[in-house]
Design a protein around this ligand. Structure first.
Ligand code: SF4
Length: 633
């Protein structure tokens, strides 16, 4: 057994758990499908959660794709890699000849490594389109955008050890006790600091908390504005930090002064005494950290803005034990975005209009990069067959959107070429012209970036089954056929070296380290307050607010944390004539899912709670509220 290297990089027999964004180190364990934990930066005690302990199940799964498939006379049939790649290349070249590069779409995934996502966006842009995206954008877009606008980077401001050093951790819209359990146990549960949970559903994190605040759906931001107004009214803010590191404080203070805290707290349905107690905890703490999950995404970023305001007001950013932790779900969500796998950014989060960034990229790639942002995944799917005629889908499953199963099938079938690279047959491979079998994370080398910005080395601790290949090999092969020069890497480390030439963010970080977040990388070097603009009036209509739990991971490993049921308060279930265990349909405009109902007191009235993996079609359809009825009605 080999221990982790001092710098946090993996040895040759250990790698990074591919099942969530915490990034624990592990190696193959004894017994079928089993992994054993190895101490690493995210799991310093060498522990794994139950899901990670079964991480090798996907490696040993007989249901994996093992051979390339091409569609012949309506059916997918096995073929050779040469023949499948030729078919894919011919199809994409036909699209390029007939419609131009904007008619191609490239969809990547947070399951892929940094180097694979880098190659995917390089392939798209080298061919002449910015229509390249990955699913991370669907999960944490509002929080990432708010962090970037406020501090300059769309990522957690702190490192996981800061949580341990914090006097007060506030968890909002997340359940890290279940979704990121190793990090939660190592850095939060074991610390001496207080824990406050803000969530409309009491869950496993609540059990570890000192206080639980369950605001009415849609009022999280208002609750936080009440806390901020109390802090300002009591003079409990960091005037030096505000003066030296922020802008817009006067307008922010005026907006808070206009807030009637008693009335606003009543609108949130949180006792004003609880508001005051949270304000006192924040004022008394030497280091306040926030953990946010997908639950803060529902109100277009208002809750994240309010959280960032509280942190800036009290000087709890950019110092030990303080800051904002974006608890992402999938293992390389941060890295996929960092390397430019999105339609509006070049590697290192650089704007497409940034002349320096363009010059760097174009000098290395030898092509002119298109200036107009491309389509995101949702937009691209909407114009499949009209503006987009060919798609390369790597590890993503857009067919699961199911806004309307017939509509989605029609969109996918309307493409003249759909090439899917995946580990398993999926709803999307059913519509593919070419299916290329892929390796899972445990079968790859390269790097991934976890939820606290740490770039960690992957090591191939297993072989892909049959003729499956890594996405890196597949993208190199497609790139060589479609572009030629610039895709002849022999190893992911060569792509990483190139990434460091085009992206200062990556140039400044060594494998094993977190990329740098010191200071505020904003135009004036300061963080701008966001004046409170929250409607105290609350809509008490019949619609249930959709609250989504964190995503679980994937690739067939036993997901012990997954709860696929819809959770409703007894009053909401009674109002709909529903009982515990009933089959129910949860729907929004153009999308629905069917599942089983769990009735529990832990969910507050007005909330429909669903696990992210189950809620995916509703989230992709943009649902904020949902209707619930008995399935079959
Ligand atoms: Fe760690 Fe996440 Fe893997 Fe569990 S699933 S072992 S918390 S990386």
């Amino acid at each position: 057994m080999q221990d982790a290297h001092a710098d946090g990089t993996a040895s040759e027999t250990e790698t990074v758990c591919p099942l969530c964004a915490v990034g624990c180190h592990l190696a193959r364990g004894d017994g079928a499908g089993r992994a054993r934990g190895v101490p690493g930066p995210a799991n310093p005690n060498g522990r794994l959660c139950a899901k990670g302990a079964n991480a090798f199940e996907a490696v040993e799964d007989d249901d994996r794709l093992t051979q390339p498939l091409v569609r012949e006379d309506g059916d997918l049939v096995e073929t050779t890699w040469e023949s499948a790649l030729d078919r894919a290349t011919d199809g994409f070249e036909d699209v390029l000849d007939s419609h131009g590069p904007e008619a191609l779409a490239f969809l990547g995934a947070p399951h892929c490594s940094n180097e694979e996502n880098y190659l995917l966006q390089k392939l798209a842009r080298t061919l002449g389109t910015n229509t390249v995206d990955n699913r991370a954008r669907l999960c944490h877009d509002n929080a990432a955008d708010a962090l970037e606008a406020r501090f300059g980077h769309p990522a957690s401001t702190l490192g996981l050890p800061d949580l341990e050093a914090s006097d007060l951790v506030i968890v909002v819209g997340a359940n890290p006790a279940v979704q990121q359990p190793v990090a939660f146990n190592a850095f939060v549960r074991g610390s001496d600091g207080a824990l406050v949970h803000i969530d409309p559903r009491a869950n496993e994190t609540t059990r570890a908390a000192d206080d639980h605040l369950a605001p009415r759906p849609g009022t999280d931001a208002l609750l936080l504005q009440c806390v901020a107004a109390t802090l300002v009214a009591d003079g409990d803010y960091d005037a030096d930090f505000v003066a030296e590191r922020t802008t817009g404080f006067e307008a922010y203070r005026e907006s808070l002064a206009a807030l009637d805290v008693e009335r606003a707290a009543a609108a949130t349905d949180v006792p004003v005494a609880d508001v005051r107690r949270l304000a006192e905890r924040i004022a008394d703490a030497d280091g306040v950290a926030v953990i946010a999950g997908t639950g803060v995404e529902a109100d277009d970023g208002a809750t994240v803005e309010a959280l960032l305001d509280v942190l800036c007001l009290t000087g709890n950013v950019d110092r030990e034990g303080a800051g904002f932790a974006l608890f992402r779900g999938l293992n390389n969500e941060q890295g996929a975005t960092d390397v430019g796998c999105r339609p509006d950014r070049l590697p290192g989060h650089a704007s497409l209009a940034d002349p320096d960034a363009r010059e760097r990229v174009e000098a290395v790639w030898g092509v002119e990069v298109p200036t107009e942002p491309g389509l995101n995944e949702t937009e691209a799917l909407g114009v499949f067959g009209e503006e987009v005629h060919g798609a390369l889908v790597v590890g993503e499953n857009p067919a699961v959107a199911k806004r309307d199963a017939d509509w989605t099938a029609e969109r996918l079938d309307s493409l003249s070429t759909l090439v899917v690279v995946d580990v398993y047959e999926t709803e999307t491979t059913e519509h593919a012209d070419v299916v290329l079998p892929a390796a899972v994370g445990l079968e790859k080398s390269g790097t991934v970036t976890n939820l606290d910005r740490r770039v960690q080395a992957l090591a191939a601790v297993a072989d892909p089954p049959g003729n499956a290949r890594t996405d890196f090999e597949t993208l190199c092969a497609l790139g060589q056929r479609l572009v030629g020069d610039g895709f002849d890497y022999t190893d992911p480390s060569e792509a990483r070296a190139e990434l460091r030439r085009v992206s200062p963010l990556h140039a400044n970080v060594e494998v094993g380290e977190q990329w740098d977040y010191t200071g505020f990388d904003t135009p004036d070097g300061r963080a701008a307050f966001s004046p409170a603009d929250v409607d105290v009036e609350v809509d008490d209509g019949d619609a249930l607010a959709l609250v989504v739990g964190s995503r679980a991971g994937g690739f067939g490993a036993a997901d012990v944390s997954a709860d696929e049921n819809l959770h409703l308060n007894p009053a909401d279930a009674d109002a709909r004539g529903l009982s515990d265990g009933d089959a129910v349909r949860v729907s929004t405009d153009g999308a629905s899912v069917e599942t089983t109902l769990t009735v529990e007191d832990g969910v507050r009235e007005g909330v429909a709670y669903l696990h992210a993996d189950v809620a995916d079609p509703l989230v992709r359809a943009g649902a904020a509220t949902v209707d619930v009825e008995a399935a079959g009605e």
